[in-house]
Design a protein around this ligand. Structure first.
Ligand SMILES: *Cc1c(COP(=O)(O)O)cnc(C)c1O
Length: 373
């Protein structure tokens, strides 16, 4: 059987976990957590990183940091995971769902400005499949209306955006903050895990407090205050050293992992191009300003029926392919709160997008052969 995903282990994960256990520090913010923070800050240029127990938690931290309250509005795509919305709904926000682009599932930046009201507080672009949203346009709108931008970069590790200024920037370094995921289905994993990346330093000190249950414990351990206590709201957002030690083993192999995933992706693209053309199937379109971090290989079928047929054909060969999001604006939880706007592109991806297996140890030739035969 070829599963949709198989978590890749570099072989060092348990060694580092063993080391963390042996040093006697297994709660959060120890040696491995700090090694991971500085790896990300150095390699990608985030101003400050905080590992979290999930991307979901990082998004919740961001919602607290920008003081989301009852009645605030947050603009985001409908074609995304529930956590993107939940983080803000939990603090009373109304979600204003926006359609995707015609040629890729990211938020259509041209549709954002019309949705802004005096209550709009933030825009949350999601870099679907690790490919950048149109960030220049989004940042320009945010600046014009004084909005915060929180990048949902759950799938976007090691991917870049080149704007009109010609500077290549890592995804997650562009908005005020960004949330990453290290869930086992992502490129770099720790089972469950995530990270809040902060680019606007006005949030840095408070982020650390919220991360540590609303206390100034981190400042205390650095010797900056002589006692620590309850100074703000917060929760337990930091992961244990066991998680960070696992993640460190992955980070040491980031280049190898990325190279292999990109090879598999390119192999799919080349191997499926002719078949896709013959069957009116769309292969991924990478916008000119985006790079591909090979998080996902998806195809867009020409109908729901064609997608179901391909899923069944592959299943008969023991290959698992899976569709993706059910549009959030049509979800049982939120459909009555949505303002009724039709989101045509979102519906297209909801009905017709199909993801193929993509993981380090995949034999992609086998999948390509069975799809195209
Ligand atoms: C995976 C994912 C999340 C959630 O990540 P967790 O680490 O599982 O909380 C959020 N948003 C998007 C777009 C994702 O793909």
């Amino acid at each position: 059987m070829i599963p949709f995903n198989k978590p890749y282990l570099t072989g060092k994960e348990t060694d580092y976990i063993y080391d963390a256990v042996n040093t006697g520090k297994i709660s959060g913010n120890g040696k491995y957590t700090q090694m991971c923070h500085s790896f990300f800050e150095k390699r990608y240029g985030f101003k400050k990183c905080l590992l979290t127990t999930s991307c979901t938690d990082a998004l919740e931290m961001a919602a607290i940091l920008i003081n989301i309250k009852e009645g605030d509005e947050v603009i985001m795509p409908s074609y995304t995971f529930v956590s993107t919305a939940n983080a803000f709904v939990l603090r009373g926000a109304k979600i204003v769902f926006t359609d995707s682009c015609e040629d890729n599932p990211n938020i259509d930046a041209d549709k954002i400005e019309d949705l802004i009201t005096p209550r709009t507080k933030a825009i949350v672009p999601v870099h679907y499949a690790g490919m950048a949203c149109n960030m220049d346009k989004i940042m320009d709108i945010a600046k014009k209306y004084s909005l915060f931008v929180i990048e949902d970069a759950a799938q976007a590790i090691d991917s870049y955006y080149t704007g009109t200024d010609g500077v290549k920037k890592a995804l997650g370094t562009i908005g005020h903050m960004a949330a990453f995921s290290f869930h086992e289905t992502k490129n770099i994993i720790s089972g469950e895990g995530g990270m809040l990346a902060i680019n606007d330093l006005q949030f840095a000190d408070r982020a650390e407090i919220i991360w540590e249950k609303g206390t100034n414990r981190s400042a205390f351990f650095r010797g900056e205050v002589d006692k620590y206590g309850w100074v703000d709201v917060g929760s337990s957002f930091l992961p244990s050293e066991i998680i960070a030690a696992f993640l460190w083993a992955q980070l040491e192999n980031l280049e190898t992992i990325q190279e292999k995933r990109k090879q598999l992706w390119e192999h799919y693209y080349g191997g499926l191009r002719e078949w896709a053309g013959q069957n009116a199937i769309q292969l991924p379109n990478i916008p000119f300003y985006a790079t591909n971090n090979a998080h996902m290989f998806y195809i867009v079928c020409n109908s729901l029926k064609q997608r179901t047929d391909i899923i069944n054909k592959l299943k008969a060969k023991d290959i698992l392919s899976v569709f993706h999001y059910i549009s959030l604006h049509e979800s049982p939880f939120y459909k009555d709160s949505h303002d009724g706007r039709d989101l045509i592109q979102t519906k297209k991806y909801s009905d017709r997008l199909l993801r193929l297996p993509l993981f380090f140890e995949l034999d992609s030739s086998h999948v390509i052969r069975h799809i195209t035969e």
